[in-house]
Write a protein that binds this ligand. Structure first.
Ligand SMILES: C[S@@+](CC[C@H](N)C(=O)[O-])C[C@H]1O[C@@H](n2cnc3c(N)ncnc32)[C@H](O)[C@@H]1O
Length: 269
């Protein structure tokens, strides 16, 4: 199976859970993403790696004309189901966007760059389909977040899986984008101008241990790992995670999110 296909299937199989469990926590982050793209009623926006379409819907609230694309047909189905008819969705690989040059005035991308197998090709496509002077805004996980309950749930999943915590190991690159200097340099090297990068904090808390466990397993990277355990091991994991989170006794989370903004150069670059 091609790595892109792995993403398409893993996300597609968990698209409903992603929307119901993860979308609510990600919403303020994606609102900020759209905010930084300065979307206006006359904007033509492409939301890249749109997933369940949350950022696309937020951009449409501003009156913009919006298209969302994702490699996962399952995610796109859920995005369509949850969105008003004026938001258009298509299945597409970031490295081969099915749009003419200069089709969009702004592009958003929530937690997408880490997933692109050929990130150079994807960024070339971003530059091609953006207007000269158009902006691309992306958000990625930073390094400085803290969630004792999530950490406990991950630690136990790591143990239960014999150390194979990440189902996407070898294809997901979160390190480049977790480091704002490295991430910004990568955008500059790809040809973006006036690249800016900043880290912002978002905080909240899980209602209880079961919500923290559900949140952890709703991420396809960890959900796939959990799915590989047999039934008894899954039950043991959930029981152990409840106990460990109870002992940690801290349901708060704080995410450090890196926001990147870069422009297509005016000289056509
Ligand atoms: C972490 S999710 C982010 C979804 C959404 N943007 C959000 O913020 O919730 C990453 C998304 O990237 C998509 N993806 C992975 N590789 C892709 C590619 N080459 N082209 C387009 N989408 C891709 C996955 O299917 C998944 O929906």
């Amino acid at each position: 199976m091609q790595p892109e296909e792995r993403y398409a299937r893993a996300y597609g199989a968990r698209a409903d859970g992603y929307a119901s469990v993860l979308d609510p926590t990600l919403e303020p982050i994606l609102r900020r993403l759209v905010d930084l793209a300065e979307v206006r009623p006359d904007s033509r926006v492409l939301d890249l790696a749109t997933g369940t379409g949350a950022a696309a819907r937020i951009a449409a609230e501003a009156g913009a004309s919006v298209v969302g694309v994702d490699i996962s047909p399952g995610m796109i189905d859920v995005a369509r189901d949850r969105s008003p008819a004026n938001v258009r969705f298509e299945v597409a690989d970031a490295a081969r966007l099915p749009f003419e040059a200069c089709s969009f005035s702004a592009m958003t991308c929530g937690f997408g760059l880490s997933h692109f197998l050929d990130v150079g090709a994807a960024l070339s496509e971003v530059l091609r389909v953006l207007d000269a002077g158009g902006v691309f805004v992306e958000c990625s996980w930073g390094n400085e977040g803290a969630s004792p309950a999530f950490s406990a749930a991950l630690q136990l999943l790591q143990e239960a899986s014999g150390g194979a915590l990440h189902a996407f190991a070898g294809i997901l690159d979160e390190d480049t984008w977790a480091d704002v200097d490295r991430g910004a340099d990568s955008l500059r090297a790809a040809g973006f101008s006036t690249v800016a990068a900043r880290t912002e904090s978002f905080a909240g808390s899980y209602a209880n241990a079961d919500e923290a466990i559900a949140w952890t397993l709703a991420w396809p990277d960890y959900g796939e790992t959990f799915a590989k355990l047999d039934g008894a091991a899954q039950q043991r994991y959930v029981d152990d995670a409840r106990t460990a989170i109870g002992e940690v006794a801290d349901l708060s989370w704080r995410f450090a999110i890196n926001f990147y903004a870069g422009f297509r150069p005016l000289d056509g670059g």
